[in-house]
Ligand binder design. Structure first.
Ligand code: 5AD
Length: 350
């Protein structure tokens, strides 16, 4: 039995390890530790959530962004990105279509677009809330003030996704321009939680300069925040960003971390992300088998999909597209899972 095997078994049993244990588990992962963690995490997700996968309809409502994150294809510095924003009626149209397809959660994701003032975003949120009282509304549009988050909640938002991107401040500074602040990002997450949102954090796997200790810091951060959801996917380089030509994150490490996160946070919602599906055909199904339990198909209008390019070759057709939910259902059936027509609330309390 190797060191990693022993550590994997301890993690399965105790749902935690000391920092050195987590670091060694990540560094020295071998076929056996991968198998142990993957099987145990898949079994744990099934024990808690059954063989059901929650779906969320992702509406990418604007690709304007005032930020200049070095990894991201819609950073303001990318002059080649063709910018768009959806009108309120178009967003409602996406929800309409989504509802018909069986979605009961809508995720409004966008860049940090100053056009979407509190007034405008609250109006859209309130309109969705009124038209779809049985649906959850998730917002994912970056760092805003406490007052803004409060108003959006009041307008009807239930959940907020804001990846922390990396729990290490030094690493954060290597991925972002100097005007962006790790402290503010982390503060936003705690504020959202305090305001009563169900929150999602998350990080990219294999982003440039990421070290094992940064991933251990991510795992500790997740334990401290106790988010309802954790979204992770491999870093994938975009050709029109400063990180062009950087090595991509791997599917293998992403699956391994999905399993570790499930084992450390049994009730957390864990999406098998688009980036995972982009990095490998069948990647999202592998994610489900390794402990993930959420998939977020794309509900954006087709013209928007081509322009919301966070990284090269981002999946936007096939089972990734919300309208092809039958294909997704079939892919999941083949691995013994089914789609839940449900808001899919987190079992994490508080
Ligand atoms: N590769 C992978 N993920 C990316 N994101 C942004 N750019 C990339 C990239 N190049 C992720 C970030 C962001 C989420 C919406 O997409 O983690 O929070």
């Amino acid at each position: 039995m190797t060191g990693a095997t022993k550590l994997a078994e301890t993690l399965v049993r105790e749902h935690d390890l000391p920092d050195e244990g987590l670091a060694a588990l990540i560094e020295t992962r071998d076929g056996e530790s991968r198998r142990i963690l993957g099987e145990a995490a898949g079994a744990l997700a099934r024990e808690i959530y059954g063989r059901k996968v929650f779906i969320r309809g992702l509406i990418e409502f604007t690709n304007y962004c005032k930020n200049d994150c070095l990894y991201c294809g819609i950073r303001r510095g990318n002059r080649k990105a063709e910018r768009y924003r959806l009108a309120e009626g178009e967003i409602l149209g996406c929800c309409e279509e989504g509802y018909r397809l069986g979605f009961r959660t809508f995720v409004l994701q966008g860049g940090e677009d100053p056009y979407f003032t509190d007034g405008r975003l609250c109006a859209v949120t309130a309109a969705i809330r009124e038209r779809f009282p049985d649906c959850a509304i998730t917002l994912s549009c970056g760092e805003r003030s406490r007052e803004s988050y409060r108003r959006l909640k009041e307008a009807g938002a239930d959940r907020y996704l804001l990846r922390h991107e990396t729990a290490s401040k030094a690493h954060y500074q290597k991925l972002h321009p100097p005007e962006m602040s790790w402290d503010n990002r982390v503060q936003c997450l705690f504020t959202l939680r305090e305001l009563g949102y169900q929150v999602g954090c998350g990080m990219m796997v294999g982003s440039p300069y990421q070290k094992t200790e940064d991933l251990v810091a991510d795992l500790r951060f997740i334990q401290k925040l106790r988010p309802h959801m954790v979204g992770i996917g491999p870093f994938l380089a975009h050709k029109d960003t400063p990180f062009r030509g950087q090595e991509n994150g791997t599917v293998e490490l992403t699956l391994y971390l999905l399993s570790i996160i499930r084992l450390m946070n049994p009730r957390v919602l864990l999406p098998a992300t688009t980036a995972l599906g982009t990095a490998m055909a069948g990647g999202r199904e592998e994610g489900i088998l390794h402990g993930a339990n959420v998939i977020m198909p794309n509900l954006s209008p087709p013209s928007a999909r081509d322009k919301y390019m966070l990284y090269d070759n981002k999946l936007r057709s096939g089972a990734e597209a919300a309208e092809n939910i039958a294909a997704l259902r079939e892919n999941l059936r083949k691995i013994g899972y089914e789609i839940a027509v449900d808001r899919g609330d987190s079992l994490v309390e508080g």
